[in-house]
Design a binder for this molecule. Structure first.
Ligand code: B4P
Length: 190
């Protein structure tokens, strides 16, 4: 069983690549962003709460996110492995995930980071914002706030996983197929 964390700045292509990787490696794909957006669309209590943070480009509070992720893992007891996309995004989330997996005699196999320059990523998100309907993609100020959140809260996770010798970086620039090939090379070697 392998459990992979797909890591990267907003717009790095985590969601895009997860669509290919989940099929190729038979993994259960859990995207916290997608789960929040599903809840917003269905106007659940969780969705209403998440929306107040996401619309501004802020992270949703840890307690809420961790509980939601754990319940999604528990819904898939037969899973052959998980592909965590957009989770963890804080040190508290990473520590909670390690502890939670330990209770199931599991662990994170590897963290694979998609790397790209901020300016390229901002342009990608603004482009997506023209059609996605995502409020967090439509305004450059909100997008910049997402990068600030990333730098303050998410970037320190790289050292967390490097210390566990579980961190792998991949160039996220190039065609979607090229990036999938680079990611596959890392996963095939695990
Ligand atoms: P997410 O949904 O995780 O989204 P993301 O960071 O915007 O994007 P991703 O990297 O998946 O990019 P994508 O493939 O779509 O998070 C949204 C929000 O949810 C967060 O800001 C936060 O508020 C909240 N949230 C989620 N998880 C949380 C957590 N754990 N804790 C707290 N809050 C949380 O690609 C982006 C664009 O680039 C697309 O248009 C795509 O077509 C394009 N693209 C992708 N690859 C490309 C390539 N190789 N070349 C050219 N374009 C490419």
């Amino acid at each position: 069983m392998i459990n992979i964390v797909l890591f990267g700045k907003p717009g790095a292509g985590k969601g895009t690549q997860a669509e290919f990787l989940k099929e190729k490696y038979n993994l259960t794909h859990l995207s916290t962003g997608d789960i929040f957006r599903y809840n917003i669309k269905n106007n659940t209590d969780l969705g209403q709460l998440a929306k107040t943070f996401m619309d501004k480009g802020d992270l949703v509070p840890d307690e809420v996110t961790i509980q939601m992720l754990q319940s999604e893992v528990d819904k898939n007891p037969q899973s052959a492995g998980f592909l965590f996309d957009g989770f963890p995004r804080t040190l508290a989330q990473a520590a909670a995930l390690d502890k939670f997996l330990e209770t199931k005699d599991q662990s994170i196999t590897a963290t694979v980071a998609l790397e790209a320059d901020d300016e390229i990523l901002v342009a990608r998100l603004l482009e997506r914002g023209k059609t996605s309907g995502r409020p967090d993609d439509q305004d450059e100020e909100k997008i910049r706030n997402r990068y600030q959140e990333y730098n303050e809260k998410t970037a320190p996770l790289m050292d967390y996983y490097k210390a566990q010798e579980k961190f792998h970086a991949v160039n996220g620039i190039g065609s979607i197929e090229e990036v999938t090939k680079r990611l596959s090379k890392v996963i095939d070697n695990l």
